[in-house]
Design a protein around this ligand. Structure first.
Ligand code: ADE
Length: 232
């Protein structure tokens, strides 16, 4: 079955955006996955098509209305493959991990609610089964780019999207380690040479060297990942 991404957004023209190019774009054309970007304003109830209102309790900014967001989620759920996961992209969400991405890619698809404004009325999240996901500890101007990041990370894991499945098992995070460094010709670039072991032809030694490099990078750059190794 085709994996489906349903995006609920105020900026449907942002889609497919970069997802229409490269690997994801090719897979989209081939029907490995499908994309539906729906304008949240289609669910607005007044002639101005407004979807937000002032925050209860006062304060700056605007809040996306519960009735409009809930109607959009309900319509998306009715049209999406059964068992799709509904997600609200927000810096307050649970940080996205490769493990979660893999689980979402294994499922039938995702429904992604993209916020703009100060936020979303909390009651949408409480009244509907919606997971809150963050793509990192920084604030974007809206959830649309975060949705694209999540979709890209899932789509590349769908069967047949990446040519060489070995690249998936060797890459960063799949093993709990960051990736080892890569080299190709020329052998000497401004005095920086390719490590001798990589041109030795000794595959065992090469595998050992790569493992050591991956461990060294992980220890120095991601002590959090290093500490977690073997504990999962
Ligand atoms: N919307 C704004 N910032 C975000 C983030 N870091 N992750 C997910 N959605 C967001």
């Amino acid at each position: 079955m085709t994996w489906k991404a349903t995006v609920l957004t105020l900026f449907p023209d942002m889609f497919p955006g970069p997802l229409g190019l490269s690997l994801a774009g090719k897979a989209l054309v081939e029907g490995v996955w499908s994309l539906e970007a729906t304008d949240l304003r289609d669910f607005a109830k007044n002639k101005h098509r407004s979807v937000d209102d002032t925050p209860a309790g006062g304060g700056a900014g605007m809040v996306m209305r519960v009735d409009i967001a809930a109607a959009a989620i309900d319509a998306a759920k009715a049209a999406a493959p059964a068992g799709s996961t509904a997600i609200y992209l927000s810096p307050r969400g649970t940080p996205l991990t490769q493990e979660r991405v893999q689980a979402l890619a294994n499922g039938p698809g995702v429904i992604l609610l993209c916020g703009r404004f100060e936020g979303l009325d909390q009651r949408v999240l409480d009244a509907r089964d919606i997971e809150e996901v963050s793509i990192g500890d920084y604030v974007l101007s809206g959830g649309d780019l975060a949705a694209q990041v999540l979709i890209d990370a899932c789509v590349r894991l769908l069967p047949g999207v990446l040519g060489n499945d070995g690249t998936l098992t060797e890459e960063s995070f799949a093993s709990g380690l960051l990736e080892y460094p890569h080299y190709t010709r020329p052998r000497d670039f401004e005095g920086h040479t390719i490590p001798d072991v990589l041109i030795s032809g000794d595959h065992e030694k090469i595998a050992k060297w790569r493992r050591e490099q991956a461990e060294a990078f992980t220890k120095s750059r991601r002590p959090d990942l290093w500490a977690k190794r073997g504990k999962a």
